[in-house]
Write a protein that binds this ligand. Structure first.
Ligand SMILES: *Cc1c(COP(=O)(O)O)cnc(C)c1O
Length: 382
């Protein structure tokens, strides 16, 4: 293993050891391994009980009814189910979303467009937020669904989903939010908030990859057409044998995160702020997203006058993500930063640092040193 400091918690997190423990107890021959849909023996009943316990743990974090939680393979599938499932159930209609959404929303929207449905992509403000006014202006008589993420994965910037959802509610339009980055970190109470559908996953909050859920409001009931057909699991919305070990892992991860949300958020934000304090001793650095409300762990920095690719390669003491995405032909600047109006050269020279549960002060000090050394060296050479 490399000795680099892991500061890429927004891409994925390690599974918390307490979560690993619970998962292992639901795998082997001595464990609760059975098919939760097996109704004819104790093995199956115990697995079902474990799944329903986890469903309550996940529902509790959203203040939802467990019957409103549909297991999926992750937030990508939850987003696909929400967008395609609602439009199919409604027999079509106009969709509004943001240009800064995760690809799982944007590509599902592109697919809907290919099927003949209209989609409006809203441009964010310079700070990365989708303004409620822009949503209001885009609403049409045939709009059936608005999908705006809670917090952005690249910048950590938080959208005012309460205001956006409120506008939708007034107009009888359904509101979906992708909360993959924010769940367990920000409060999202579906009884207090005007949201109808929420996508979440486990692996951004110290649970396993490959498991997530879609919250689907029961009152007033939201209809979602299944996108995966089979045995009629999950009240017909999503077929497939439930992965007991993944589900209990997600439940445990959510309960753990909720139990220490504020305390952990404060600790992580302090480390993130120390990281910025250290980096900001350099000239020509700025935060993408500026001073807007942000997730505690995110820090997306634009480094002027350095080549992003060289920066990323040279910074071998920290594991981070860049503001560029490799496409087959070239290095494209991040579409999120581009939509915010960040110039291409600055987007290329942008790095997303994301701090998490296992980050230490020593990690931050060593990351700061590495960043400063490398940027100074590259600028001198360039
Ligand atoms: C990680 C992420 C996803 C994808 O989730 P998976 O569980 O990996 O499919 C979707 N949306 C956002 C905002 C994310 O950060």
């Amino acid at each position: 293993m490399s000795q680099a400091v892991y500061l890429d918690y927004a891409a994925t997190t390690p599974v918390d050891p307490a979560v690993v423990d619970v998962m292992v107890r639901h795998l082997g021959p001595e464990g609760t391994f059975a098919n939760p849909a097996s109704r004819s023996h104790l093995y199956g009943w115990l697995a079902e009980e474990a799944v329903e316990n986890a469903r309550r743990q996940v529902a509790d974090v959203l203040n939802a009814d467990p019957r409103e939680i549909v297991w999926t393979s992750g937030a990508t599938e939850a987003n696909n189910l929400a967008l395609k499932g609602v439009i199919e159930a409604r027999g079509g209609g106009h969709v509004i979303t943001g240009a800064t959404e995760h690809k799982a929303v944007l590509d599902a929207c592109k697919w809907l467009e290919q099927q003949g449905h209209a989609v409006t992509y809203l441009k964010p403000a310079a700070d990365g937020r989708i303004s409620p006014d822009s949503v209001e202006e885009a609403l049409r008589d045939d709009t059936v669904l608005v999908s705006v993420m809670h917090a952005n994965n690249e910048t950590g910037v938080i959208n005012d989903i309460e205001a956006i959802g409120g506008l939708c509610r007034e107009r009888g339009v359904l509101f979906h939010t992708d909360a993959a980055q924010s769940v367990g970190k920000l409060s999202l109470d579906v009884q207090a908030m005007p949201v109808d559908l929420v996508s979440v996953c486990a692996h951004k909050v110290y649970g396993p990859k490959g498991i997530g859920a879609l919250y689907v409001r029961r009152a007033p009931g939201v209809k979602v057409a299944a996108q995966i057909h089979g045995g009629g699991h999950e009240r017909g919305m999503r077929s497939g044998t439930l992965p007991t070990h993944q589900i209990v892992g997600m439940g445990e991860a959510f309960a753990l995160a909720a139990g220490q949300r504020e305390e952990e958020g404060a600790r992580i934000a302090a480390l993130r702020d120390r990281l910025w304090q250290g980096i900001s001793e350099l000239e020509g650095v700025s935060i993408n997203g500026g001073e807007s409300p942000r997730l505690p762990g995110h820090l997306n920095v634009a480094f002027a006058d350095v080549d992003g690719e060289m920066l990323l390669t040279a910074m071998n003491g920290v594991a981070v993500s860049s503001g560029s995405a490799c496409t087959s032909a070239s290095l494209e600047p991040s579409y999120v930063l581009k939509a915010m109006g960040v110039p291409d050269d600055l987007a290329h020279g942008s790095i997303r640092f994301s701090v998490g549960r296992f980050t230490t002060e020593a990690d931050i000090e060593s990351a700061v040193q590495n960043v400063i050394d490398v940027v100074k060296r590259l600028r001198k050479a360039g």
